[in-house]
Design a protein around this ligand. Structure first.
Ligand code: IMP
Ligand code: MG
Length: 180
């Protein structure tokens, strides 16, 4: 979809924060970082729906080794805010025992979603777990856990595009846009 500097989603206006060019260059670099650790390990990229679907597609293709791709669906956001409750909407169907798992997130905001999911994942006895997030809001983090791969650190602003939504709108924007 569109490449303009300012866009509307539902009732709100947003302005460009990260261009498509900048995003794709960074995701390529992240793929190279993943190659170093995982190229011969046949990792499982485990994407968190819905937001991670575009980042997942680009990151998995930037990675140069064999890999598998799977998704889970967790939900804590309603409109512009985290509700604090994380619900599993679609559970993990892939057997991760003794496998290297890279959890792929669109954005880590408070950290609640991943903090709650980590023990559930660890119970399934993966060989290792790493987190790759496209965006991180360092000023919003409330739950600490190790984040291994970070695309961009951004200010504590509500953003949309590249998979991220505002009440399900704007996921297909090529750039990242911040609330005006
Ligand atoms: P956390 O549990 O607070 O870290 O929230 C993580 C989830 O909330 C992300 O996977 C997103 O789906 C959603 N989220 C957090 N910040 C934003 C934002 O700025 N725009 C859109 N969705 C967001
Ligand atoms: Mg998400």
């Amino acid at each position: 979809m569109t490449k303009s500097q300012t866009i509307k989603a539902h009732d709100l206006s947003f302005e460009l924060m990260l261009s498509e060019e900048k995003i794709l260059a960074r995701v390529e670099e992240m793929g190279k970082e993943l190659n170093e650790r995982y190229v011969s390990k046949n990792p499982i990229f485990l994407g968190v729906l819905n937001g991670a679907f575009i980042f997942m597609a680009d990151l998995a293709r930037a990675f140069e080794g064999p890999c598998e791709v799977s998704f889970i669906k967790l939900s804590s956001y309603s409109g512009l805010e985290s509700t604090g409750d994380v619900a599993t909407v679609i559970g993990l169907t892939t057997d991760v025992e003794n496998r290297h798992v890279i959890v792929v997130e669109d954005i880590i905001d408070t950290g609640k979603t991943m903090h709650d999911f980590l023990p559930v994942l660890k119970k399934m006895n993966p060989a290792s777990v790493a987190f790759a997030t496209f965006l991180l809001k360092p000023d919003a983090i409330k739950y600490e856990f190790p984040i291994d791969y970070i695309g961009f650190e951004i200010p504590n602003k509500f953003v949309i595009g590249y998979g991220l939504d505002y009440s399900e709108a704007a996921r297909n924007l090529r750039g990242i846009y911040q609330l005006k």
